[in-house]
Design a protein around this ligand. Structure first.
Ligand code: UD2
Ligand code: MN
Length: 586
């Protein structure tokens, strides 16, 4: 018995052992799980895909609903039913170390059964949908790089536990050049229990998650549909049929489950937040290409009869989706020039929509995902990749897909104008040959609600560093935001905290922050602003002057104290002279 698990008498060490955390020994695996996993692995591919639309029969439980409660991983064990599991103070240091290494509390995870039960977070209505039983089969693909063991394996266990066996062709794991012992030496042994259902392939160099997913598509040859999951997920009750049914009906549909949030400390599962009153949101972006979610609007709702039906989304978050295998290949998989992390979620979304497919969010298919906790050391890109791969990815995506809208991206990220993003001619050719639609069509027909939440930004008049005239000192935000002072520092020509822009709306900005006057009436501060806020500045290039319009004062500095402020304009003061230029060191 462990004192820190209140009211429960379970031996956490034995769970940890069974999870493969200490000693890998398949005989520790629990009996219930053995009954679920079939011994013999048989390739299954239905000959035809007769498919009729799902029907909602409110009185009768859906044909894919479990007939009896799921067996617990460990009866009464920690985390069962996705109850929060809180460790005692004794574990504090070990917990912190694991968060730093993996982004999650691995000490707690290792004590929670890999086969634990979870609470059913679905809308009640979801239980009454009936689906055609000739669903397509799937390969589930999980790419991973240096992930924790039990969170990774819980992903695999949950798929095996909650996917009807006849539709699960294989689970393909792509090891993206991990260097942890538990991933290099134990995995093959551990997955042997599933007799070939689970496969591991290893990249010979770090490819990044994007190319690793394309590799996974090539390796996964058995299923008709490819389902991608991050390496720290738990699929929910009856997640499969609702996710795959729309693809069985129309092979150019790509589906995304509703993504709940697994707490990386306690492993409780919270329903996806935000969105509308039912928690439904559409995937979106701001014009600097940050991932955003906007509430499901009434026009989209009206395309459906009931609230748990799939709905259209302009974009996906990236990690969790299902796509027909051949369709994904026809789309050319991911752009081979996208590196490591980021932007691929938009590339695939635009490609799907603009080239004739559809992207649907599926309210009744739910999958939990653990978001990394702060304090995680991160996955630095490998040495053979140049600087800022993510930004380069964004540039490739806007250059290929955004047409004239790309100016809005450059307006918010002017520093990317100088990035060498590589050759995109093959992608442009693909777009032409497939007669993919324009971004304008996409914005008007599908993503029409995004500018309501994220208005198109004003164009820039000038951008670059703001240098004291004939000095080597520049205005520097010092990373301050939300009301912090800006200061003066040696110009470094690296952009970042010294990168500003002045736009047609008279905003003097850095990222999503504006410069304005502080409460003392003179210091210049930097604070978050939306479209019509802090429209206060004018730059007179020939006079080397920035004027603060509301006060009529001039931007000034104290060279000794490194302060930036506004003061009465005086032509003879050299500290009021500035020069904005965009010669960067890239
Ligand atoms: C989100 C997505 C993620 C991906 C990313 C943008 C969700 C829930 N997650 O960030 O899937 O689309 O945005 O690119 O939508 N990995 C590798 N090699 C690497 C780095 C990561 O294989 O070089 C693996 C990693 O182990 C994980 C997956 O890729 O399984 C996604 O990485 P993440 O979980 O760090 O990304 P996340 O969830 O912050
Ligand atoms: Mn993730």
């Amino acid at each position: 018995p462990w004192p820190h698990v209140e009211g429960v008498e379970v031996d956490l060490d034995s769970i940890r052992q069974r999870n493969g955390g200490d000693k890998l020994n398949p005989k520790f695996r629990n009996q219930d799980q053995k009954n679920i996993i079939q011994k013999q692995y048989v390739t299954f591919r239905p000959q035809s895909n007769v498919y009729s639309d799902p029907v909602l029969r409110r009185g009768s439980l859906g044909n894919f609903e479990p007939k009896e409660p799921e067996p617990p991983g460990v009866p009464g064990g920690p985390g069962e039913g996705s109850k929060p599991f809180v460790l005692g103070a004794d574990y504090k240091d070990a917990v912190q170390a694991s968060i730093k290494e993996f982004g999650f509390n691995m000490v707690a995870s290792d004590m929670i059964s890999l086969d634990r039960t979870i609470s059913d977070l679905r809308h009640e209505e979801c239980k009454y949908w009936h689906y055609d039983e000739n669903l397509l089969t799937s390969s589930v693909i999980i790419v991973f790089h240096n992930e924790g063991w039990s969170t990774l394996m819980r992903t695999v266990h949950s798929v095996i536990k909650r996917t009807p066996r006849k539709y699960l062709a294989e689970i393909v794991m792509i090891d993206d050049f991990s260097n942890k012992v538990h991933l290099k030496e134990r995995l093959e042994d551990y997955i042997r229990q599933w007799n070939g259902l689970v496969k591991v392939f290893r990249n010979e160099k770090r490819e990044g998650l994007i190319q690793a997913r394309s590799i996974g598509a090539r390796k996964a040859t058995l299923g008709q549909v490819l389902i991608y999951l991050d390496a720290h997920c738990e699929v929910g009750v009856n997640w499969y049929a609702p996710l795959v049914a729309p693809i069985s009906k129309d092979r150019t549909v790509c589906t995304v489950p509703l993504i709940d949030s697994i707490n990386g400390q306690t492993y409780s599962i919270e329903p996806q937040g935000g969105g509308d009153e039912d928690g439904f949101a559409r995937g979106a972006w701001d014009w600097s290409m940050l991932w955003k979610r906007v509430p499901l609007n009434s026009r989209e709702k009206q395309l459906r009869l009931t609230k748990t039906e799939p709905y259209r989304s302009p974009a996906m978050a990236g990690g969790l989706f299902a796509i027909e295998r051949d369709f994904f290949f026809e789309l050319g998989l991911y752009d081979p020039g996208l590196q490591i992390w980021g932007g691929e979620n938009f590339e695939i979304s635009y490609k799907i929509w603009q080239c004739g497919g559809q992207l649907l969010f599926i309210p009744c298919s739910r999958v939990g995902h653990i978001y990394r906790l702060s304090g995680w050391q991160g996955n630095p890109p490998p040495a053979h990749v140049g600087s800022s791969p993510t930004l380069k990815n964004y540039v490739r995506v806007v250059e290929v897909w955004w047409d004239e809208y790309k100016d809005y991206f450059y307006a918010t990220r002017p520093e990317t104008l100088t990035l060498a993003y590589g050759d995109i001619s093959t992608l442009k050719k693909f777009r032409e040959e497939h007669r993919c639609k324009s971004f304008k069509w996409f914005m008007e027909e599908i993503a029409y609600d995004i500018p309501i939440h994220y208005p198109l930004p004003p164009k820039n008049m000038e951008w670059g560093e703001i240098r004291g005239y004939e000095t080597s000192y520049c205005i520097d935000s010092m990373g301050h935001t939300n009301g912090g002072n800006v200061e003066i520092g040696p110009c470094h020509r690296m952009g970042g905290n010294q990168l500003f822009r002045i736009n047609e709306a008279n905003q003097l900005m850095q990222y999503d922050q504006c410069l304005t006057k502080g409460s003392d009436g003179s210091a210049v501060i930097i604070t978050h602003c939306s479209m019509n806020e802090h429209t206060e500045w004018r730059y007179f290039k020939d006079l080397h002057r920035f004027t603060h319009i509301p006060t009529g004062k001039c931007l000034d500095r104290s060279d000794v104290l490194h302060k930036v402020f506004i003061s009465d304009c005086d032509n003879s003061k050299s500290t009021q002279k500035w020069e904005m230029n965009n010669i960067m060191a890239v």
